[in-house]
Design a protein around this ligand. Sequence first.
Ligand code: ZN
Ligand code: FE
Length: 255
Amino acid sequence: MPLEIVTVPCRTDNYAFLAHDVATGATAVVDVPEAAPIMNALRERGWRASHILITHHHGDHVDGVKALAAATGARVIGAAADAHRLPRLDEAHSEGDAVRIGMDEGRIIDVSGHTMGHIAFHFPDSSVVFTGDSLMALGCGRLFEGTPATMWASLSKLAALAPETLVCSGHEYAQANARFALTIEPGNKALVSRSQAITAARDAGHPTVPSTLAEELATNPFLRANRAEVKAAIGMPDASDVAAFAEIRARKDRF
Ligand code: ZN
Ligand code: FE
């Protein structure tokens, strides 16, 4: 049985996720921007948080960890590399390490770039990856600590996962991301129709997260920096993948 995934809106534009193993009742909470909406989401379903998985150290992903851990006794799991600046961890992990939620085994992927020590949690049997502020719906996190090469390497690891993988990322930024993506690839039909679907979803008050990796591969300009048509579109036909990615990221920062 795959993990059951619930998206929990927090603060103004953050998302936390519940990942529930029906067989055992184990429930992971991925990122805790604030405790209250997550406690409510757990209570509504009669679930108890058994694990808290932290993607990275920014306050809008960890501010509620202490309160949620105290209220539930959940095991707090995060990056060994970031243990010095995360809330107190019960388990500290590095790339390749396993994390078990009930019957489902996940793997840590180092996706540094937005911050160094940023990790993603991939559960292949459930076809889901929790990416925080690395790969996002039609976007990627701003490079606060890593270089373009670091982020490109991280995105390339995510791009290699199974295309049907559900991408659970940390923010509702898709509308602004779509406006930007259309400046890079105005003729990308999949992007144009996704952009329309995003507008419709937001008008109806629905989240645009999670998406699938297949959608991101077809439309996300950051993930597509290695494609000849994208390099041509930004006027850099002979650029390396990293240079093209760096240019697209720089344009987004100015957008
Ligand atoms: Zn962040
Ligand atoms: Fe964030």
